[in-house]
Design a binder for this molecule. Structure first.
Ligand SMILES: NC(=O)c1ccc[n+]([C@@H]2O[C@H](COP(=O)([O-])OP(=O)(O)OC[C@H]3O[C@@H](n4cnc5c(N)ncnc54)[C@H](OP(=O)(O)O)[C@@H]3O)[C@@H](O)[C@H]2O)c1
Length: 278
């Protein structure tokens, strides 16, 4: 598994696992935890969750999945913007820690920007770091100019990641945010890398590339996101076959012909595109 270095030097798996829609009763919580544990077995040790997912239910699934294997997992969770005040962030983190049944969240993110000033949230993250409740902090759904603004906030340069929508159908970040993050050595965490299993996976261009590599469309989409050295991808899979398929995508390398065909089908941005988010 390729590793990505966070600004504090911590190395994390470039291919992780998402958990949105887990803990909502779509599948049994036990089956979801099994899927995450299979992913851990296969090297997808970064697990992304949030207080929002399943109203805390996804964090509970993660807690069950990592019970007894905490040291193997790198746990990422997120605070709601409306909780992201100086005291609200700390209280939300304490609740997440209980649901995750752990002493520490490895990376804690602001889920998206709300009305609380960034400086206040960063101060709260600093207090959580000092207390050992989190290992690092970052943001999600912030565009390039907001990352610039964050950098000017006291302590803002410690931001460990920006988690954003990134797949062949949503590649606006290539124009400015991705180069900005590369310049500042801030890894980008690509969410919805397989387009939520929808229209993207039915695209003819993806199928043609997949056929040449005896791979699947989802594997091509994941390998496409991972072609950048500073990008981490976090596909969500509750289905064991999907988990195995996704893990194997870490070994798939796309060649210039593949990338050119995908560029023709999903053109890269030629100008600034406002950050898309789900
Ligand atoms: N920060 C944010 O605002 C934000 C927003 C969205 C997502 N996220 C994070 O990013 C993670 C990933 O994004 P996402 O869940 O939106 O979308 P995604 O990972 O692109 O797609 C997940 C969907 O695709 C299916 N799938 C997974 N692997 C597949 C495969 N190999 N073949 C066919 N279908 C496959 C899954 O089905 P099964 O479950 O049945 O396997 C699931 O329905 C989330 O779970 C969450 O942790 C963050």
């Amino acid at each position: 598994m390729r590793m990505v270095r966070l600004p504090d030097g911590t190395e994390v798996a470039a291919l992780g696992q998402g958990t949105w829609r887990m803990g909502e009763g779509r599948q049994s919580a036990a089956a979801e935890a099994d899927a995450l544990r299979l992913g851990l077995d296969l090297g997808m040790t970064l697990i992304d969750t949030a207080e929002m997912y399943g109203d805390g239910g996804a964090e509970q699934v993660v807690g069950a999945a990592i019970a007894g294997r905490r040291a193997e997992a790198f746990v990422v969770s997120k605070v709601y913007p409306h909780n992201a005040s100086r005291t609200g962030t700390v209280a939300a983190c304490e609740r997440s820690l209980k649901r995750l049944r752990t002493e520490r969240i490895d990376l804690y993110l602001l889920h998206w920007r709300g009305s609380v000033p960034l400086a206040e949230t960063v101060a709260a993250f600093g207090a959580l770091l000092a207390a050992g409740k989190i290992g690092a902090w970052g943001v999600s759904n912030l565009d390039a100019e907001e990352m610039e603004e964050l950098r000017r906030v006291p302590g803002g340069t410690a931001c460990a990641t920006d988690q954003v929508l990134y797949n062949p159908q949503a590649r606006g970040i290539e124009f400015d945010l991705l180069p900005w993050c590369a310049r500042h050595a801030v890894p980008v965490m690509a969410y919805s890398p397989v387009g939520q299993g929808g229209r993207l996976l039915r695209a003819a261009a993806l199928a043609a590339v997949a056929r040449r590599h005896s791979a699947t469309q989802a594997q091509v989409a994941i390998a496409w996101a991972l072609r950048h050295p500073g990008v981490i991808a976090i596909p969500k899979a509750g289905n064991a076959a999907h988990v195995r398929e996704n893990a194997a995508a870490a070994d798939l390398r796309l060649d210039p012909r593949d990338l050119a065909e995908l560029d023709a089908a999903f053109p890269p941005p030629r100008r600034k595109v406002p950050l898309a988010m789900l």
